[in-house]
Design a protein around this ligand. Structure first.
Ligand SMILES: [Zn+2]
Ligand SMILES: [Zn+2]
Length: 140
């Protein structure tokens, strides 16, 4: 029952964003839009392939690009990878160098503008904190 309900919401959401609700797109939307997640096309492909055996990486990439274009996802660059992010609010990230886990961090107060940027109008100062997460530190 619960599942039908959420599939219904997803279909409505896709329609609202002018995206046709194919089974593949619904599956991607369920994985990414029900809670905030970060994914690369490669990671998502590995998961979605279990349900849609013949889906190609290109097809996954196209679905993600379409979702981004229609305002359902944002992309950010983390460690040189393009990561699709379903948290659409402005936020910072922390990335673990070891396991690749990515955390969302709330925006901090605007830092003091560095001297060379005086006179600029700054729009964002979004940043990525790099390090090693506690789980990985435990293993070391
Ligand atoms: Zn880690
Ligand atoms: Zn994020």
């Amino acid at each position: 029952m619960q599942k039908t309900e959420s599939q219904h919401d997803i279909q409505a959401l896709l329609k609202e964003h002018c995206i046709g609700a194919t089974p593949e797109r619904i599956a991607v939307a369920e994985l990414l839009l029900e809670k905030p997640v970060h994914t690369t096309p490669l990671e998502l492909h590995a998961i979605i392939k279990e349900r849609f055996h013949s889906i190609t990486l290109d097809a996954v990439y196209l679905i993600l690009a379409e979702f981004e274009k229609n305002g359902l996802l944002k992309t950010c660059q983390i460690d040189g990878k393009t990561v699709f992010d379903s948290n659409l609010r402005e936020h910072h990230h922390a990335a673990c160098r070891q396991c690749g886990k990515i955390l969302d961090l709330p925006p901090l107060e605007m830092p003091d503008i560095p001297e060379p940027l005086k006179g600029w109008r700054i729009n964002t100062t979004l940043r990525v904190w790099h390090g090693i997460c506690p789980d990985c530190l435990d293993i070391e």
